[in-house]
Design a protein around this ligand. Structure first.
Ligand code: APR
Length: 239
């Protein structure tokens, strides 16, 4: 592994444009459950019942209860050494982009500034009637939160299955993948599009691709694969 660490450090030092894609795995060591794998959230809950516009239409109380449970859990968690290592990388890289699929806000809490929250943010809400966006960190959401402007029902400002990403976030992410000369893919199972295609887009554009995941999924295209936990490996990368 020593040679691989030397190689990745060299690549990062010489990188003109570094792009990072993170998934739930980067927050695992902060105590936030991932979605897939043996303890995954989707093993205990049906995504169709909790993370789709149809589910919210059918039973907003149930969906809000699910996000309320996750908000209360996330509120007690802090960034780990992997999040912090990315803050250091951001300060060192000539050009840096961080794309996250996570909605937990831990990259921002760690101090990352240039974060593209591809799937939204669990602390943000938007009005189902007028579209007004708001942010609220309050634990209790009872009764269900309503818009201060029009009294419409608020929903989590999260991209649910079957919904389109924010076009600006998607375009900025695609640009970051196409312009990267080094791309780090950290803690994602690579099953949800379009994020699942970002590594191959970067690779096709000439990037040196590095995966960090105890159960790697990109061995077929990555130039380097570290079958290691992010909070263990990333601090070694920036050492
Ligand atoms: N360090 C690095 N990777 C880890 C760690 C760790 N400590 N622990 C687990 N992993 C890896 C797992 O091996 C797995 O490949 O993190 C990945 C987590 O995969 P998922 O749970 O599928 O999460 P993610 O890929 O982010 O899911 C994508 O699916 O449910 C939707 O919108 C949701 O953003 C989410 C999207």
């Amino acid at each position: 592994m020593k040679d691989e660490l030397i190689e990745v450090r060299k690549r990062l030092l010489s990188a003109k444009s570094l792009t990072v894609l993170s998934g739930a795995g980067i927050s695992a060591e902060s105590g936030i459950p991932t979605f897939r794998g043996k303890e995954g959230l989707w093993n205990k809950h049906r995504a169709e019942d909790l993370a789709t516009p149809e589910a919210f239409q059918r039973d907003p109380k149930l969906v809000w209860a699910w996000y309320q449970w996750r908000r209360v859990l996330i509120a007690t968690k802090n960034p780990n050494a992997a999040h912090e290592a990315l803050v250091t990388l951001e300060t060192k890289a000539a050009s840096f982009s961080l794309i996250t699929q996570n909605v937990d806000g831990l990259h921002t809490k760690a101090g990352s500034r240039l974060v593209i929250e591809l799937h939204g943010n669990i602390w943000k809400m938007c009005c189902t009637a007028c579209g007004r966006k708001t942010e609220n960190h309050a634990a209790s959401l009872s009764p269900l939160p309503c818009c201060e402007t029009c009294q419409g029902l608020l929903r989590p400002d999260i991209v649910w299955f079957g919904e389109d990403l924010d076009p600006d976030n998607l375009n900025r992410s695609l640009d970051a993948c196409r312009n990267a000369d080094v791309m780090l893919i950290i803690g994602t199972s690579g099953v949800v599009q379009p994020a699942a295609s970002f590594a191959s887009i970067a690779k096709e554009a000439g990037a040196f691709v590095v995966e960090i995941n105890p159960q790697p999924v990109l061995s077929y295209l990555a130039d380097l694969v570290f079958s290691e936990k992010a909070a263990v490996l990333l601090p070694q990368v920036i050492a």
